[in-house]
Write a protein that binds this ligand. Structure first.
Ligand code: NDP
Length: 327
């Protein structure tokens, strides 16, 4: 098999020198394991954090070892009960063309009539992050004014559509006119292009009545702008802070004291904590996708060799919707 390995820990923005793409011998398939040929790989911003040698909610990638990540593929060989050659599965042995994985960490794709790659996006962790972050972490409800950053991205584009489906007013921010048009096409009521001027000015103009909910994918200046315009008792779901993933300089917040005056509730969350509740998510998202209430958009990069470029593209906004690699 061929796999991407971490060669050294990146400082700031990763460079190709931090990685090595090489042949690996696959171990024989042991009891309880399956061998999978991958057809789709997911690249995600959180993977940048795993390249640092720090304790976090997932262990760091090891130098010299293959990288890991979400993948969808076909079972070629199985020594695990309930899995047979030909089954389509979702698992964590990504960044490579073939993997031997513990079947307990793999899920057979449910038959919802959706294309398999959607289980790495709208019907997978991405969609669930948007769903539980918005409805549970932020307790967003009908009538709320919701601001979501990175709204043209994978999670953000799901947040916009779920919020509209639930009767909320939505303001989305994204970088560039094309992405802003896309966010508008998803149903957002107002859109802020943060590359056109400061996000603070743009958001203040787009939200003259303030915001009840902020779904944070960016952190830094976007979070500060949300503090500035928050209404009393606003709820913030802190999902990600991509603006700082490659930057060791801490963000500074001019409007942070508004947490007190406006009684803002900040709630960080991890989608994995919601695993036991994924049934609720499928029950709503499945029909929404089938009847067109929610549309899934992907940016597809072809070829395992281009996986690193796809990953790095997340930090320059190369993707609209979910960034995927097709093998
Ligand atoms: P996206 O598809 O949103 O891709 C990242 C996007 O972020 C880019 O397309 C770009 O859009 C934007 N971006 C990158 N750098 C900056 C910057 N400096 N300032 C503003 N925008 C920037 O990725 P995901 O949907 O997969 O993830 C979105 C967020 O959700 C991330 O922060 C991620 O870590 C987090 N996350 C958290 C989870 C959890 O359990 N808490 C689970 C999954 C994701 P643009 O061109 O508009 O700038």
């Amino acid at each position: 098999a061929r796999a991407w390995h971490l060669k050294s820990r990146p400082q700031g923005m990763p460079t190709p020198e931090n990685f090595e793409f090489k042949e690996v011998a696959l171990p024989p398939v042991g009891d309880g394991q399956i061998r999978v040929r991958n057809s789709w790989l997911s690249v995600d911003p959180y993977m940048r954090g795993r390249m640092n040698d720090v304790k976090s909610y997932v262990p760091p990638f090891q130098i010299g070892a293959p990288l890991e990540g979400g993948a969808v593929g076909e079972v070629l060989e199985s020594k695990a009960e309930g899995f047979a050659p030909g089954d389509l599965v979702q698992h964590m042995g990504g960044w490579r063309d073939e993997a031997v994985v513990d079947a307990r960490t793999a899920n057979k794709l449910p038959n919802l009539g959706a294309p398999p790659e959607q289980f790495l996006g709208m019907l997978g962790v991405t969609g669930a992050t948007a769903y539980f972050g918005l409805l549970d972490a932020a307790s967003a409800k009908e009538g709320d004014i919701v601001f979501v950053s990175a709204a043209a991205g994978a999670v953000g584009s799901a947040v916009v559509q779920i919020a509209k489906a639930k009767g909320m007013t939505v303001i989305g921010s994204a970088g560039g006119a094309g992405k802003c048009d896309f966010v508008r096409s998803l149903g957002a009521d107002r859109v802020v292009d943060y590359r056109e001027g400061s996000i603070l000015k743009g958001l203040a103009a787009a939200a003259p009545d303030g915001i009840d909910v902020y779904f944070d994918n960016v952190g830094a200046d976007h979070l500060d702008a949300a503090f500035a315009v928050a209404r009393n008792n606003a709820r913030f779901a802190i999902c990600g802070m991509i603006a700082n993933y490659n930057d060791a300089t801490p963000a500074s917040f001019r409007f942070i004291a508004r947490i007190i005056a406006a009684r803002i509730r900040l709630k960080g969350f991890l989608v994995f904590d919601y695993m036991p509740r994924f049934g609720e998510f499928y029950a709503e998202m499945g029909p929404w996708l089938a009847n067109g209430t929610v549309k899934s958009r992907e940016t597809v990069v072809d070829g395992l060799d281009n996986t690193l470029d796809a990953f790095l593209g997340l930090f320059s906004g190369a993707n609209t919707g979910k960034m995927l690699v097709r093998l």
